[in-house]
Each structure stands twice: as structure tokens, then as C-alpha cells.
Design a protein around this ligand. Structure first.
Ligand code: PLP
Length: 419
């Protein structure tokens, strides 16, 4: 048995749902380790979406015909599924196009509502993805607020001490990733909430939501944003959760059809939550697909997925640490989840990634992972000629320890080859 989490039979059923895993890449079985960028798509979710598109699709909310009502019901059911998944209320769930849109939405809406004012401070961390960094840095230049950072250590780790140190800044807003897409570190969100009791807390859930159930009420986050495509759902659909009382207060980011109550030539009043934030025709099938995805993940057992990914993450880290010719970034403990960013000494990450694909069928990501400022932090702590980028291997629940063994074999081959 490959894991105690599920039987071999159940696991085979999971694999059957991802036909691409049977594909040969350069004569080798595909080993897909680029899940942090985007996960594979499940056949059963796609089949349900195809049925939706072929037999039930229409625009939503507007018309009174049967198809419109079926599509509207499916769309609103998807919202309810997301709400239940996060322990939120349906009116607190806004569909967006993804995490990037969610953060841009929040920065703009918080400024327009007068909640984020000139001279206020927004605290983010040095490990943020550009999606949770560029909007703050750029818009601070227009709106006059300050962006400060929780410092990362030389391995890119956000320590408890660094979080405590930032307390004296008294930020109006703390916007932090739930898990770094480079160091793999899962952030201590409970601790962050406790330390920054009086700040608005925004969590970038792009990496954490796909493999850890977040209870937004228990965590007491004010806003949470994430993308469907990193958890089997289609691209172009994402979620912004916001506490009802805050969503009621903030100004929409996008204006247009459907988000209004009354419009005159002079003014406009807004629709009720959450429609006030869903201007224009939405990615209807995407939202419906996200709902089907949540059904699918729950049918497998989300807690099992969480446990299995933790088990795989520990195995991945342990096997990578065995390689003395590899430099690894991020924490060396069990806060390091689902991915490992690394460099093979003396070999450019693009070459490593290319050889892994060409000779072993292993898909990894190489580059700066949309975290250029973090690359400069890692460069300072690096013992090698740091190439300002890394290779990243990331797992999801359809991966196996055997996949990780193939990655390790590939890395040993690269070392021999370059010698
Ligand atoms: N935040 C993190 C931590 C990510 O890893 C990513 C994507 O890799 C994003 C934000 C942006 O997500 P998207 O491109 O789906 O908007």
C-alpha cells in the first residue's frame, strides 16, 4: 500500500480521473510536479461542466425562461458550496476571476471607501507573490498609504520573532499569504490574527486553500481570496470571501450591469450582497465548475487530501535534503508544505527543469515564481552563485512517493551529467 490515507483501490479510482497522468512525455510516464502553478483537471468535473454547457447553459439572474433559471440555480448552488467549504454565508462569497483580481479589488475598494487612507500602513511580508505585492506597492504611490514588510530570514522563512517585531507598526491592514509559493511555508495565521487584533486581515489563499480547510469564522479573517485553477477547477474563476459587515461598507471595484439597484443619469445605488460586487456577465460555467470541484474534493474527503499531502510533503522535503548538491529554500520543519524550491549547484534552473522534462517526463517550474523581491532575500542567504530563480516541485493528491523518487533520480542524473 502506498499510503495509509486511502486504499490502493481508492487511489486507482482517483488516478483514473486524471487521464493525462497516463500520458507519455518524451517516452516516460508524466510526473506532474507543477501543481503550485495550476493543478490538473478532473475528468468527472469536466464531464459535469460539459453537461452544464450542453444542456443547461444560459445567462443568469436576468431572464425568466427555464434555462436561465437552471443556470441561475447551478450558479447560486456553487456559491453555497463555496460558503459551506469555508464556513461562511453565501452572501459573503463573491466570484472573481482569481486571486490577482481579488487583491486588486480589495486595494481599490478599501481606498475608495475611505477605509484605507493616506499615511495608513499596510503590512505584507517579504515572501509575497507579486499578486499580493504589486497592487499595494503601486497603488500606494497614487493614494499615499505606506507598505511595510514582515522580514523573511535568509532562507526565506517568516519567523514568529519577525511577526512580533512588526507589531509596533500598528498596521491598518495586514495582507499575507496563507502559504508561500516559493518557500512552501504555511503561515501561522492564528498567531497573526492574535498579534494584529485591530488590523483588517486579508489572506491570500492561492496556495493554502487547495490543500487545507480554512474556517474563516474560526480564523476570524476579514477577507480571503483564492483561485479555482489551483484546486482542479477551471481557470478564470476565483473567490473573494469578505465579512458581511465589511462587504456592506466597501465600494465596488467594478461598475456595470447587475450590480445596481437604481440607476439614473445622475447617480446609482447598488444591489444587495454579493451581487453588488459581480458587475457584468460572470464566468458562469467556471463558478458552476468550482462548485462541482468542491463536491468532488468533499467526495474524496478533504481531510484525507490534507493528510495525504502533508505525508507527501514530508517525504519530498526529506528526500530533497538527502541531496548534498542541492540548495533548498524555506523552513526545514513540518510548516514546509506541498512544494520545494531548490537549485542544483552550478546548473541553471531552466536547464534542470528542461532535463527533468526531456529525460524523465517530470514537469517542474523554473523561474522567479512571481516573487522577485524574495529572490533577492534568498540570494543573500545562498551559498551558491544564486541565479535569481529556482526550480520548484509541487505536489497534489494524485502524486505519489514514486513520483518524488523519479524526481530525485532525475536530479542525481543531472549532477552526474554536469560533472
Ligand atoms: N498568490 C500566490 C501565493 C500564488 O501562488 C499565486 C499564483 O501562483 C497567486 C497569488 C496568483 O494567482 P492567480 O494567478 O490565480 O491570480
Amino acid at each position: 500500500m502506498h499510503s495509509a490515507v486511502w486504499s490502493d483501490e481508492d487511489f486507482c479510482k482517483i488516478l483514473d480521473d486524471f487521464p493525462v497522468l497516463k500520458r507519455q512525455i518524451n517516452g516516460k510516464r508524466l510526473v506532474y510536479l507543477d501543481n503550485a502553478a495550476s493543478t490538473l483537471k478532473s475528468k468527472s468535473v469536466i464531464e459535469k461542466m460539459t453537461d452544464f454547457y450542453l444542456n443547461h447553459y444560459s445567462n443568469i439572474h436576468r431572464a425568466v425562461h427555464t434555462l436561465a433559471s437552471e443556470a441561475t440555480v447551478a450558479y447560486e448552488e456553487a456559491r453555497e458550496k463555496v460558503a459551506k467549504f469555508l464556513n461562511a454565508k453565501p452572501e459573503e462569497i463573491v466570484f472573481t476571476s482569481g486571486t490577482t483580481m481579488g487583491i486588486n479589488f480589495l486595494v481599490n475598494s478599501l481606498v475608495r471607501s475611505g477605509i484605507l487612507k493616506p499615511k495608513d500602513t499596510v503590512l505584507i511580508s517579504q515572501v509575497e507573490h507579486h499578486a499580493n505585492l504589486v497592487p499595494w506597492v503601486r497603488l500606494s504611490k497614487f493614494y499615499g498609504f505606506n507598505t511595510e514588510y514582515i522580514k523573511a530570514d535568509e532562507k526565506g522563512v517568516i519567523t514568529k520573532e519577525a511577526i512580533l517585531k512588526a507589531k509596533s507598526i500598528s498596521p491598518k491592514i495586514v495582507s499575507i499569504t496563507g502559504q508561500s509559493n516559493v518557500t512552501g511555508q504555511e503561515m501561522p495565521l492564528e498567531l497573526i490574527r492574535e498579534i494584529f487584533k485591530d488590523s483588517i486581515l486579508i489572506v491570500d489563499g492561492a496556495q493554502i486553500v487547495p490543500h487545507k480547510r480554512l474556517d474563516v469564522k474560526k480564523l476570524d479573517v476579514d477577507f480571503l481570496v483564492f483561485s479555482g485553477h489551483k484546486m482542479l477547477a477551471p481557470t478564470g474563476i476565483g473567490v473573494l470571501y469578505g465579512k458581511k459587515e465589511l462587504l456592506e461598507k466597501i465600494e465596488p471595484f467594478l461598475y456595470g450591469g447587475e450590480m445596481i439597484d437604481k440607476v439614473t443619469f445622475e447617480d446609482v445605488t447598488f444591489n444587495i450582497l454579493p451581487y453588488k460586487f459581480e458587475a457584468g456577465t460572470q464566468h458562469i460555467a467556471g463558478a458552476v465548475g468550482l462548485g462541482y470541484t468542491i463536491d468532488y474534493l468533499e467526495s474524496i474527503g478533504f481531510e484525507k487530501i490534507e493528510r495525504y499531502i502533508s505525508e507527501l510533503s514530508q517525504y519530498l522535503l526529506k528526500r530533497m535534503l538527502e541531496l548534498d548538491f542541492v540548495e533548498i529554500y524555506g523552513p526545514v520543519d513540518d510548516s514546509h508544505k506541498s512544494l520545494v524550491a531548490f537549485n542544483v549547484k552550478g546548473v541553471h534552473p531552466h536547464d534542470v527543469s528542461h532535463i527533468l522534462d526531456e529525460n524523465f517526463g517530470v514537469a517542474t517550474r523554473s523561474g522567479h515564481h512571481c516573487a522577485q523581491p524574495l529572490m533577492s532575500v534568498l540570494a543573500r542567504g545562498s551559498k551558491i552563485d544564486f541565479p535569481n530563480s529556482t526550480v520548484r516541485a509541487s505536489v497534489y493528491f494524485y502524486n505519489t512517493k514514486e513520483d518524488i523518487d523519479i524526481l530525485i533520480e532525475g536530479l542525481k542524473y543531472i549532477k552526474r551529467w554536469f560533472e
